[in-house]
Design a protein around this ligand. Structure first.
Ligand SMILES: *[C@@H]1O[C@H](CO)[C@@H](O)[C@H](O)[C@H]1NC(C)=O
Ligand SMILES: *[C@@H]1O[C@H](CO)[C@@H](O)[C@H](O)[C@H]1NC(C)=O
Ligand SMILES: [Zn+2]
Length: 450
């Protein structure tokens, strides 16, 4: 072909097709470890590059979900069979499931063209937020709290309704994990509900909306979110050229000690140091700047239907665990009322069955003494997993809002900071954490260079 024609094609034709990796004939399986060797098998499987985990192995009897690529399926099933493992097929063809997730464009200055029956690209979410802020300039403000690795803006929304009693603050985090599309979808719904609360007939809800100052970061990992739309639907981490990081392992709380990897290719690579990433740094500075009378911190993820309470790096129930647990049980009842959706409440160890570290909510609670910190794993329990169909967005939003409102009922008349100073990160445990961190790094170096 004429070289000029090639240049012409490259420079003058915008690329409109999607380069997205396709997952035809990739299958989502579930296994339940009932013996130590089963667990070992799944742990071994996390090292296999043909396998992508949607739910990591943790404890015995906790389900493990993973996608196996077509060329490895036969070998995997043979191995599992030899071990006497019972494996269930959840989604035969993952690509077909992803194909149901319609992504709609937002029409600028047409606020009504944004809904909760479709998913949206980052640009559309951001334009809708800016249009909303222009429509409600007295109540809502959009600010940039920082920029991502690829220089995208990380936006925050601040809402203070007219006549707000200014009791205390609520911060809502979404989209830290790229492929969990229901998370930004719910956070945008949450924003819309709070903003329109003054017009609500529900007096209790109106009262709650007027009680707090609201802060939302709907897409904390904008690069990853875009990448999950344009290149790889199963992308989880940020987009750091030197090795992408699981941002929810990168906060400075028990950093690098448990449930993380120092292998850069791992889905749970925590980074080389705490707050090594611009996204986690931006969030931390933002939360610190709003830490005065910060009463609630919510983070939204999927999937599994869990309300997870700090701390993710320990089995112990500490501080006000019992109080928050009670609140979460009430919220769980409220959620179930609408569609019978069943939630499980507890620490990471109690719920998903494994411990992790460097988690955003844990850092917030430990460092800023925020009393109420809850991480939601939204729908579902694995039937669709990350491929949650658009028809389920709205029901998920409605029931989750029921739960959140229940949690937000003021517990006391005045804002009360979490009592006492955090001391699970001091003394013996602190030193032990450091020893484990050094050990993990050394182990990583040895394994890598042997
Ligand atoms: C998926 O597997 C089926 C059955 O083995 C096969 O007929 C089909 O061609 C495969 N599709 C792709 C896209 O590889
Ligand atoms: C896991 O991997 C180790 C090391 O390769 C191997 O010795 C062990 O047999 C494996 N376990 C199972 C249950 O497959
Ligand atoms: Zn997540």
């Amino acid at each position: 072909m004429d070289i000029n024609l090639i240049y012409f094609l490259i420079f003058f034709f915008p690329i409109t097709f999607c380069d997205c990796k396709k997952y035809y004939n990739y299958t989502l399986y579930r296994g339940i470890p009932v013996e130590a060797k089963d667990l070992e098998f799944f742990q071994n499987l996390t090292q296999v590059e043909h396998v992508n985990f949607w739910r990591e192995p943790g404890r015995m009897f906790k389900p493990v979900d993973f996608v196996v690529d077509p060329e490895y399926k036969e070998l995997f099933l043979k191995d599992a069979n030899n071990l006497g493992l019972y494996i269930t097929t959840i989604i035969e063809d993952v690509q077909k499931a992803f194909d149901t997730q319609s992504v709609k464009p937002y029409i600028r200055r047409n606020i009504e063209s944004f809904d909760w029956n479709n998913y949206y690209r980052l640009k559309d979410i951001y334009e809708w937020l800016r249009d909303l802020a222009n429509t409600y300039p007295a109540e809502m403000k959009v600010t940039t709290i920082g920029r991502s690795n690829e220089n995208r803006e990380i936006l925050a929304v601040e809402i203070t309704l007219k006549g707000c009693k200014m009791r205390s603050k609520v911060i809502v985090e979404g989209g830290i994990h790229a492929r969990e599309w229901i998370s930004p979808a719910f956070v945008t719904y949450f924003i819309n509900e709070i903003l329109h609360a003054p017009y609500s007939k529900d007096e209790e809800f109106k009262d709650i909306a007027m009680t707090y100052e609201w802060y939302f970061v709907p897409v904390l990992n904008p690069d990853g979110y875009e990448y999950s739309h344009t290149n790889d639907r199963m992308w989880r981490k940020n987009r750091n050229q030197l090795g992408s990081v699981d941002l929810n392992r990168n906060f400075d709380h028990a950093f690098g000690t448990t449930g993380v990897s120092f292998r850069m290719s791992s889905e749970t690579f925590c980074g080389l140091s705490a707050f090594s990433e611009p996204e986690s740094q931006a969030m931390a500075s933002f939360v610190e700047s709003k830490s005065h009378q910060l009463e609630y911190y919510f983070a939204f993820h999927s999937y599994g239907q869990y309300m997870i309470m700090p701390y993710a790096n320990m089995k112990m129930h500490v501080e006000n665990f019992d109080d928050v647990y009670k609140m979460c049980l009430e919220a769980k009842t409220k959620i179930a009322k609408r569609y019978n959706t069943a939630y499980t409440v507890g620490t990471a160890y109690d719920t998903v069955g494994y411990m992790t570290s460097g988690v955003s909510g844990c850092w917030v609670k430990a460092n800023l003494r925020v009393p109420y910190v809850v991480t939601f794993e939204l729908r579902d329990t694995g039937y669709h997993g990350f491929a949650l169909p658009p028809g389920k967005i709205q029901p998920t939003c409605l029931e989750t809002m029921d739960g959140v409102i229940s949690l937000l009922k003021p517990q006391t008349k005045a804002y009360a900071r979490l009592e006492g100073k955090y001391n699970y990160d001091s003394g013996a445990i602190f030193i032990l954490d450091k020893i484990i961190l050094v050990f993990n790094v050394l182990l990583f170096i040895i394994v890598r260079f042997d």
